[in-house]
Design a binder for this molecule. Structure first.
Ligand SMILES: [Zn+2]
Length: 215
């Protein structure tokens, strides 16, 4: 007798999130989490501008509340934005209702159909609820720039050794990550340009071919 084991809830949830756009020819997607942050986000915008690169900023609602002018600058320069919740809640410690309330609060400030879970942690039940309104954008390349125990050189290597066509790369425009970011970002941009990569934003209106039940 053939027994087909149904995929677990967790596997199904993981499969419904977006981890990369592999197969795309020489395109990569830079993403920046946890901003907007004074001094740091504007610096990132200048470096991206010099490199002719566009990116996606997964903003925290509480930071958009504090720094709406930087949020507007991100958009004015042609970049995309995503919702990274209002207060950087830990998914594993929140009920689905509380988790969605925090995302919706950020959604009043951030115009986007893209969501990235804080800490990259999210329960299957929360995935289901979030997918009603958002595409969940994860990553395949983590710079680990937020780890102050790593050197900038190591952070750079985390990206350059793992990037491939279609990769989604994570940096942080936060104070904690700034020392590593200041070292690694200009060098990453140079590396990617030299390799002929185009750096593109993930469309804030959501991924093509996905329906959201937004009322
Ligand atoms: Zn974050």
């Amino acid at each position: 007798m053939l027994i087909v084991r149904p995929p677990s809830l967790l596997t199904r949830a993981l499969n419904r999130m977006t981890w990369d756009f592999y197969g795309e020819h020489r395109n990569v997607y830079l993403t920046f989490d946890d901003g907007p942050t004074p001094m740091i986000t504007p610096w990132v915008l200048d470096r991206l501008g010099e490199a002719d690169a566009l990116a996606t900023f997964f903003c925290l609602g509480r930071n958009v509340d504090k720094h709406p002018e930087i949020y507007r600058q991100i958009l004015a320069r042609g970049h995309s934005v995503g919702n990274h919740s209002y207060s950087h809640l830990k998914g594993f410690r929140s009920t689905v209702g509380r988790y969605m309330d925090d995302i919706n609060l950020a959604g009043n400030l951030i115009s986007s159909k893209l969501f990235r879970p804080p800490y990259g942690r999210i329960f299957p039940g929360q995935v289901k609820a979030v997918l009603q309104h958002y595409d969940i954008i994860m990553w395949d390349v983590l710079s680990i720039d937020y780890n102050t125990g790593l050197t900038g050189e190591r952070v750079l290597q985390n990206v350059t050794r793992n990037v491939k066509p279609g990769s989604i790369i994570v940096f942080h425009d936060s104070e904690k990550a700034s020392e590593n970011l200041f070292f690694a970002l200009p060098r990453t941009l140079e590396f990617l340009s030299d390799k002929g990569y185009r750096m593109l934003p993930i469309p804030a209106e959501g991924l093509p071919g996905r329906e959201h039940m937004v009322n």
